[in-house]
Every structure is written in structure tokens, then in C-alpha cells.
Design a protein around this ligand. Structure first.
Ligand SMILES: Cc1cc2nc3c(=O)[nH]c(=O)nc-3n(C[C@H](O)[C@H](O)[C@H](O)COP(=O)(O)OP(=O)(O)OC[C@H]3O[C@@H](n4cnc5c(N)ncnc54)[C@H](O)[C@@H]3O)c2cc1C
Length: 472
């Protein structure tokens, strides 16, 4: 087939690739988007965000049903087919696919189904499912190939008994018990969801605490919640061997001699970038010692017209929102469009039950930078909406500078944390003071009111600190 020429060739149709392609097309460029999987949307749609959150929503609906009546002692049948639990997934995925396909065609982006690899700095080879191959000439190339679950030799994934986050929802039935290797966001999110559905969940990790990059006080609310659901944590433990016993259990052996048995296992030990199959060397690119493709703040690689975006960069936070922003930025930079200021404060959302969200500095990070930052707390037990909805298990923390005036960060655990965080994000971005939260009339009863309660807590500490300073 003769070579086709494009202004921009984008590899990968996840959030990063989609946004790259749309941004390029909106600027009037001839863009082609290549995807090796059947549908558009990437891991985000098929194996990540959307499926995991669909199952989580089912678990929450079940929980709400239980909560709504004190006499109702509901339990899900544990042999429930996963299709029943994921009943809305097809609808959600189809709606997303339609919307994305429509958006791409409306903007005139050409979509090609096939696997892409670089063959020279300006040439991308497209291999289609029927084995045909075509060379695409590109002015600009955006690599947005995402990531895959990290595998470890001691826990070989067979996708039947030992699963990873790509295959966990392909289980036919809800298992009775599940061991989760790992204590990162994906591990903790799935552990919470399955525990709420009545599965006996055990988390094992080398780390001394789950979600070790988050504020410990916030994480402890999640940890207690999961333990109350019957979940168990074996922390500071190393798994030496995992094997299916051939009958009914996956057997995990720990370095301390312990043996943990369960019906299924989820290996969730992080992700690794999809970079190996791109044939980067052909374009003059190479990986660094960590196996990552080096890029600047705009995703530009060492070859100036080749950009990379999203999870394939292997840098935190690996979130759909960050991937979209990476894609937009990369193409804007490539086309000489205004890129905008680099946003260094991305809200982190972890969909555990209860959910967790964070923006800016946490207590520990603030203490490392400033002497004596103030921290205001609003436990959800003090929030009327928490009492009314029975969702008292929550805490909002505002972190300020030592004067108690400048907001440095917000951490939340509890219902709607991933929505509530945006209020803090706007305040941080606008350089709002703590007094702004006190002078604001929040709707009542709302969870957002927690911002005012935490701000009042800081006000009290601020006054005390000022009085002590005067007295000294
Ligand atoms: C279980 C789970 C839950 C998650 N939950 C959330 C969440 O709640 N919120 C959130 O923000 N993020 C969440 N994430 C993370 C989010 O899914 C990713 O950050 C996001 O999908 C990254 O987008 P991307 O475009 O970089 O890559 P991807 O979405 O991984 O897309 C990359 C695409 O490139 C394609 N590709 C790869 N190589 C080639 C090739 N050579 N040729 C052609 N195509 C290729 C792949 O098939 C894939 O479709 C979750 C992830 C997982 C695994």
C-alpha cells in the first residue's frame, strides 16, 4: 500500500490519544488515530476506570439498600454471576464508544484499527488485523500507548485463578474469598468494592501501610472501614510464592512462613509503560535507566517532533485526567498553540469505600516545608449531612501555612470526597485564604459545609497561636 501523509499520527486511543487527536483536528490538521484494540477508549474504558467504577457503583447501591432499612439484613449471594453485577457496563461502554467515535468523526480525525510501530523518525508502520501493513508519514507523532499491569515472577497471573486488573472482572462468579497483592489505589479500590459485596478480602503488601503516598490519618479511616467490612491487611509482608492448588484455592506463601488461601487472587502491584513494541530506536529514541521514555514538561522527546503522553510516561499521577491534559499539551506545543501554565496540582481521587481525595500539600509535606503548619479538621460526624445520610465515616483536613491564613492543601476521606476536592482545588488555584471559607455561606445540609467547619477549626488554632505569641 502506498504511504499516506498526515500532519499528526497519534498512537493509542485512550484519554491521552483522544485528546491529542481532537486538539490537532480542531487546529485544522490532518490527523490519524491508531488503536490496536477493537474499540476506542483505551484501558480507561475497557479495563480501568469505567469497569471498576461500574462494579463499585453496584456495591454502593447494595450498601445503600442495606442502610436504608434497619431491619433488612441483606447479603448478596456469593455465587452471583459477574454479569449481573456489571449489568450497566455494556451500556456505559457503548455510550462512551458512540460519543468518542462521533467526536472523532465530527472533527475529521481518521481512525485506523491496527498496531503501530515506528520505522523511522517520520514513519509509522500500521499493521492491520488481516496482516496488511502500511506506512504512514507523519509531520508530528504522539505516542499514547498507555500501560499494563506489572507482573512479578513469584505470582504468575493465569487470568483464571490468579488475575490482574485487566482480567479481574472477567471472573464468571463473585468469589467467596479474594487475596489482593498490593496496597496501591487499584488494589485498595477493588478490595473495598469486593468486601462491600460480601467477599472475604485479604490485602498483602510489603509496605507498612496501604496507600503509603497519602496522608496516614486519612488512610486510617479507609483502613478501619475495610476492616469493619471483614477485610484483613497483612502489611510489611513479602509473598514468596503463589500457586493454584489444583482444587479450590490459590495458595500464597509469605516470607514469615504464613500461608494465605483464597478462591481467587488479584495481583495489583503497579503498572508498567507500553513502550517495548514501539521500536523507539528506529526513530532515534531510547529509554532511560528506569525503562521510561524521557520527555520535557510538554511531553516532547529527544526527537523534537515526537511527543509522548499519558500512562506510557510512567510518572505519577497515572490518571485519566492527567493523560487528557498531557495529550492536549503535547499537541498544543507541537503546533505552536498557547499551552497555558503547567498545572502542577492535579486532584488525586481514589475510589475506595469510603473514597479518598487530595490536592496540594498534606500535613507531612507541609511540615517538611514550613515550621508549624496549621491543620483544620472536620470529621463528618460533625456534619449534618453525614448524620442524615448515615455516612459519618469521613474527615476533611485543610492544611495551611503557620499563619493559618494561606491554604496549602486539602485531604478528604468520606462520601463524595472525589467531588468535594474540586472546591479546595479552586481555592488553592485562586490563592484563597482560610477566611474565605468562613465568610462563605454553604448550603445546609451539605458535605461541602465541612470546608467551613475545618476553617473554623483553623481560626481557633490561629487565635490561640496569636495569644500565645503575645503572652510570650
Ligand atoms: C483498574 C483501574 C482503575 C482506574 N481508575 C481510574 C479512575 O478512577 N480515575 C482515573 O482518572 N484513572 C483511573 N485509572 C487510570 C486510567 O485508566 C489511566 O490513567 C488512563 O487510561 C491512561 O490513559 P492513556 O491514554 O495514557 O492510556 P490507555 O488508556 O492505557 O490507552 C492506551 C491505548 O493505546 C493502545 N496501544 C498500545 N500500544 C499500541 C500500539 N503499538 N498500536 C496501537 N495502539 C496501541 C492500547 O490498546 C490502549 O487502548 C484506572 C486504571 C485502572 C487499571
Amino acid at each position: 500500500m502506498p504511504a499516506s501523509a498526515y500532519d499528526i499520527v497519534v498512537v493509542g486511543s485512550g484519554p491521552a490519544g483522544q485528546k491529542s487527536a481532537i486538539q490537532g483536528a480542531k487546529a485544522g490538521k490532518k490527523v490519524v488515530l491508531i488503536e490496536q484494540e477493537q474499540g476506542i477508549g483505551g484501558n480507561c474504558v475497557y479495563r480501568g476506570t469505567i469497569p471498576s467504577k461500574t462494579l463499585r457503583e453496584t456495591a454502593l447501591q447494595f450498601e445503600r439498600l442495606k442502610r436504608s432499612s434497619e431491619v433488612f439484613e441483606g447479603r448478596l449471594r456469593l455465587d452471583l454471576p459477574m454479569t449481573v453485577l456489571l449489568h450497566r457496563l455494556d451500556e456505559v461502554v457503548k455510550a462512551h464508544e458512540c460519543y468518542m467515535a462521533d467526536q472523532l468523526s465530527r472533527n475529521g480525525v481518521t481512525y485506523r484499527h491496527g498496531r503501530a510501530r515506528l520505522v523511522s523518525p517520520h514513519e509509522v508502520q500500521l499493521e492491520t488485523v488481516d496482516g496488511a501493513s502500511q506506512t504512514l508519514l507523519a509531520e508530528t507523532i504522539v505516542l499514547a500507548t498507555g500501560s499494563r499491569p506489572r507482573s512479578v515472577p513469584e505470582a504468575p497471573v493465569d487470568h483464571e485463578h490468579v488475575l490482574d486488573s485487566d482480567s479481574i472482572l472477567s471472573m464468571i462468579y463473585l468469589p467467596r474469598s479474594l487475596t489482593v497483592l498490593g496496597c496501591g489505589p487499584i488494589a485498595c479500590e477493588y478490595a473495598s468494592t469486593f468486601a462491600l459485596l460480601g467477599v472475604e478480602v485479604t490485602l498483602i503488601d510489603r509496605a507498612k501501610r496501604p496507600l503509603s503516598f497519602m496522608d496516614p490519618e486519612i488512610v486510617s479511616v479507609f483502613q478501619r472501614g475495610l476492616e469493619r467490612q471483614g477485610g484483613r491487611f497483612y502489611l510489611g509482608q513479602t509473598v514468596t510464592e503463589v500457586a493454584w492448588d489444583g482444587v479450590s484455592s490459590v495458595v500464597a506463601r509469605l516470607a514469615n512462613g504464613m500461608v494465605v488461601k483464597s478462591e481467587k487472587m488479584l495481583v495489583a502491584l503497579g503498572r508498567q509503560p507500553n513502550v517495548e513494541e514501539l521500536n523507539l530506536e528506529a526513530a532515534g529514541l531510547s529509554l532511560n535507566e528506569k525503562g521510561l521514555l524521557p520527555v520535557d514538561d510538554h511531553g516532547q522527546t529527544a526527537v523534537p517532533h515526537i511527543y509522548a503522553a499519558g500512562d506510557m510516561l510512567g510518572r505519577p499521577p497515572a490518571l485519566a485526567s492527567q493523560a487528557m491534559e498531557d495529550g492536549r499539551r503535547a499537541v498544543s506545543q507541537a503546533l505552536g498553540l498557547p499551552v497555558g501554565e503547567s498545572v502542577n496540582q492535579v486532584p488525586i481521587g481514589i475510589y475506595t469505600i469510603p473514597e479518598i481525595a487530595s490536592i496540594g500539600l498534606d500535613e507531612e509535606q507541609a511540615a517538611a516545608r514550613y515550621r508549624g503548619p496549621l491543620v483544620g479538621r472536620a470529621p463528618f460526624t460533625e456534619i449534618a449531612k453525614g448524620q442524615i445520610t448515615g455516612a459519618c465515616e469521613g474527615l476533611l483536613k485543610l492544611v495551611t501555612d503557620p499563619s493559618g491564613e494561606r491554604l496549602l492543601g486539602v485531604q478528604i476521606v468520606g462520601e463524595h470526597a472525589t467531588e468535594l476536592i474540586h472546591l479546595g482545588q479552586m481555592a488553592l488555584q485562586d490563592g484563597a485564604t482560610i477566611d474565605r471559607f468562613i465568610d462563605t455561606i454553604f448550603g445546609f445540609p451539605t458535605f461541602a459545609e465541612a470546608y467551613r467547619v475545618a476553617a473554623l477549626d483553623i481560626l481557633g488554632q490561629r487565635r490561640k497561636r496569636q495569644e500565645n505569641a503575645k503572652a510570650a
